[in-house]
Write a protein that binds this ligand. Structure first.
Ligand code: SF4
Ligand code: SF4
Length: 732
């Protein structure tokens, strides 16, 4: 060992020792913070599916690849990070001797070839990511960047580290080539040979370059260890467990979509018949009341801003960005952690748990953080502003886009639950809807005995459950479908088409009440449970004696479709629920319905969030339209998984939209820009929102918003009176 190698070895060992010590400390700190969360025993189920999903999502980059070039570039960088870690390990042999290499595999030509390819692709990948970040930097003129609010220096830092590590890897090889100590042939390592051709014949070059490479890598480790909230770096490790522990591992996309998580206390679902707010946790009032998976979610956020770029609230000037919400919760959790780890925290009656002695030596900043209300305005020092919390439509675009499977909607609703159930703090205009649900069983407060009024004037009898036993489908009409004038036309169209196709169906009539979706999504789990239990009882009675496959329900409202199909199982109601567009597509495909006159004038289709993203029904409505219209469907730029919300979900239908541009107007502008004369929808709330948007634009005469079922009916029975455009105001 020469004198240069003695110095390089000592320096490499010293910086590595410091970095490893800091990294161990950082991992212990993060683990301690994540463990502060509430239990989530269900996250340990089905380990086989979890492992498979984790491997597919990480190795296959299935979520990231939806973003084309970025996804591909990121894949190469990820593979480069994993495989080239071996080359960082090899550098420890090279600081000791410039001709050193990894034992055994370091002598294999295949190893030389593989690492050469990955180095080159990694270099291309990181340069692409650097250009993309620069081109999307928040300070660039014009447009809103997905990186707005991200900690930009951290992104640049990580990218430069990757770039430099790759470059110094090539320099080490180049010095070995230049000194004639490189053992891989030219054909396997042409780039290393090209670098070597321009480097001097410096015998210590490889050791010095190896030291610099180690120093760069360890600087990265030191910096991220001193910044445990640096998600852009830590996600390289945390993404694996975060994906492994996602809510529904079998779901390829959107694990946090569809059903909401039940309300839990100490990891157990809350039973409202016995629940006591002084003993049980009602929603989330403090950051440590999220589950440990929630805290892991917050720690894993890469700050990529994909969620933000798709969020309808953020894109229309509301203060909500799912990314900024997650970052606020993360920063608050880590800043409050010293207080919590010292024994601090409030019990469920609001009393401090720690003794004065326990808190005596705490940092004043941690104590100040602990005093912040989780939900509160800037003046109150709140972590999350109420306007942020109530801007969410629960559309799920954030969950859909997140490459590390963060479950934003569950976290937002958990915070809403506490605000509604314990603080009674929510936008006052939604109070009428909640009262109507409690007293009348529907959000509009319409009399229950008018639920069947939509059947009047039909030229066939609509049977009720109880009057007939041999129905195949129970037609779940829904409150909008029963009481709202536009939606009633859809209900009538569906009933007419089912009758035409000879499908045996029956309705519950006055036996039906609201599915509970608006109550659940605003956070009033109590009212949801009340309504849902009543419906589950009624439905179980209606299907008495039938196996699950024969407990078939067809629903026209995607919110009912989602709630009945995905959430009633939590209360003992197992049904086979289809959306009307799925059933209609089947009836057309099997020849039970025959479109005879194509609807022309250009048609575009708006994917309802709770049908599309939340339940992956993208094809059926398009199939129905494809059969019923002249020419091809004209897609909006934001369609299918990336569809843009109409603004009504998450109980936003019953709240005023006071901040920013109206979401429905944004969507209607996109629909009208296609030039289509018909905007087809598959949801009564989308119908209302988009009709209002079209009318607000003064285009009610030129553009018609209409349900897919009504389009099909026009094509199947062109002689049938259609009842005019579906642009009437909300009925009562
Ligand atoms: S669910 Fe939709 S509205 Fe809510 S934060 Fe996510 S993207 Fe934004
Ligand atoms: S998409 Fe996921 S990882 Fe990216 S910023 Fe949003 S929450 Fe964070």
């Amino acid at each position: 060992m020469g004198s240069v190698q003695i110095v390089t070895t000592i320096l490499a060992a010293a910086i590595t020792a410091v970095a490893v010590w800091l990294a161990v400390r950082a991992v212990m700190k993060m683990t301690a913070v994540i463990r502060l969360g509430q239990p989530a025993p269900e996250r340990f189920s089905d380990k086989g599916a979890r492992t498979k999903t984790m491997l597919v999502e990480t190795a296959g980059h299935t979520r990231m690849l939806k973003w084309g070039v970025v996804g591909a570039a990121h894949w190469f960088v990820m593979v480069g990070f994993i495989v080239l870690s071996l080359l960082v390990l090899e550098a420890y042999f090279e600081v000791v001797t410039p001709t050193g290499g990894l034992p055994i595999i370091g002598h294999w030509t295949i190893f030389g070839l593989a690492t050469e390819i990955i180095t080159v692709l990694g270099l291309i990948g990181i340069l692409v990511l650097m250009v993309i970040r620069l081109r999307n930097r928040p300070t660039r003129p014009g447009g809103r960047s997905r990186f707005t609010g991200s900690t930009m220096w951290q992104g640049y830092f990580v990218e430069w580290i990757v770039l430099l590590v790759l470059i110094f890897g090539l320099l080490i090889r180049g010095f070995k080539v230049a000194t004639d100590h490189f053992e891989y042939p030219f054909w396997a390592t042409p780039v290393s040979h090209a670098v070597g051709a321009v480097l001097p014949d410096w015998s210590d070059g490889a050791s010095v370059a190896a030291l610099i490479k180690i120093a760069i890598s360890m600087t990265w480790l030191i910096v991220i260890s001193l910044n445990v909230t640096m998600g852009v770096a830590w996600h390289r490790f945390l993404a694996f467990p975060n994906i492994f522990f996602k809510r529904e591992p079998a779901k390829p996309a959107g694990s946090g979509l569809g059903a909401l998580r039940p309300m839990t206390s100490q990891g157990k679902p809350l039973d409202f018949e016995e629940a006591d707010p002084e003993k049980d946790q009602f929603g989330v009032a403090h950051v440590e009341q999220f589950s440990w998976k929630g805290l892991l979610d917050f720690s894993t956020c890469t700050e990529c801003g994909r969620c933000q770029s798709q969020c309808p609230a953020w894109n229309t000037g509301k203060p909500l960005s799912p990314k900024l919400l997650v970052l606020s919760l993360r920063d608050h959790a880590y800043a409050k952690a010293p207080y919590l780890l010292a024994g601090g925290g409030k019990d469920l009656t609001g009393e401090e748990k720690a003794t004065q002695a326990q808190l005596a030596h705490l940092d004043v900043l941690a104590l100040a953080e602990a005093d912040k209300p989780l939900i509160g305005t800037a003046e109150e020092g709140g972590v999350i502003d109420p306007d942020v919390l109530w801007s969410c439509t629960t559309c799920g675009a954030c969950v859909e886009q997140c490459p590390v499977d963060i479950e934003h909607v569950d976290h937002i609703v958990d915070m809403r639950r506490y605000q509604v159930l314990i603080e009674s703090s929510f936008p006052s205009e939604a109070g009428v809807m909640l009262r109507n649900l409690e007293n009348k069983g529907n959000p509009w407060g319409a009399p229950q005995n008018t639920r069947e009024d939509w059947t009047k004037g039909l030229d066939f009898e609509v049977p009720r459950v109880g009057e007939v036993d041999d129905f195949e489908y129970l037609f779940w009409v829904g409150c909008a479908g029963a009481f709202e004038d536009r939606a009633k036309k859809t209900t009538r169209a569906v009933a007419t088409l089912l009758n035409e196709a000879g499908v045996k169906f029956a309705i519950l009539g006055e036996g039906e009440t609201c599915s509970g979706d608006p109550a659940r999504r605003i956070g009033n789990e109590f009212v949801f449970q009340m309504l849902a239990q009543q419906n589950v009882e009624t439905l179980n009675e209606a299907f008495d004696g039938r196996e699950k496959a024969k407990r078939k329900i067809v629903a026209t409202c995607p919110h009912c479709f989602n709630t009945l199909g995905n959430e009633y199982g939590q209360l003992g109601g197992e049904f086979e629920v289809v959306h009307h567009t799925q059933l209609l597509a089947h009836l057309v495909a099997t020849g039970k319905l025959t479109p005879v006159q194509p609807v022309d004038g250009g048609v575009t289709y708006h994917d309802p969030c709770y049908l599309g993203r939340h339940n992956r029904v993208f094809a059926a409505p398009r199939e129905v339209l494809g059969d019923a219209i002249a020419g091809d469907l004209t897609e909006m730029p934001r369609n299918s998984e990336r569809s843009f919300c109409c603004g009504a979900g998450g109980a936003r239908m019953w709240m005023e939209e006071k901040i920013g541009k109206r979401i429905n107007v944004d969507r209607v502008e996109e629909a009208m820009a296609t030039g289509a004369k018909t905007v087809a929808v598959g949801c009564p709330f989308c119908s209302t929102m988009l009709s209002d948007g079209v009318n607000g634009k003064g285009a009610g005469e030129q553009v018609e918003v209409i349900d897919v079922a009504s389009v099909l009916l026009r094509s199947v029975k062109p002689e049938q009176p259609q009842g005019g455009k579906e642009t009437a105001p909300i009925g009562g």
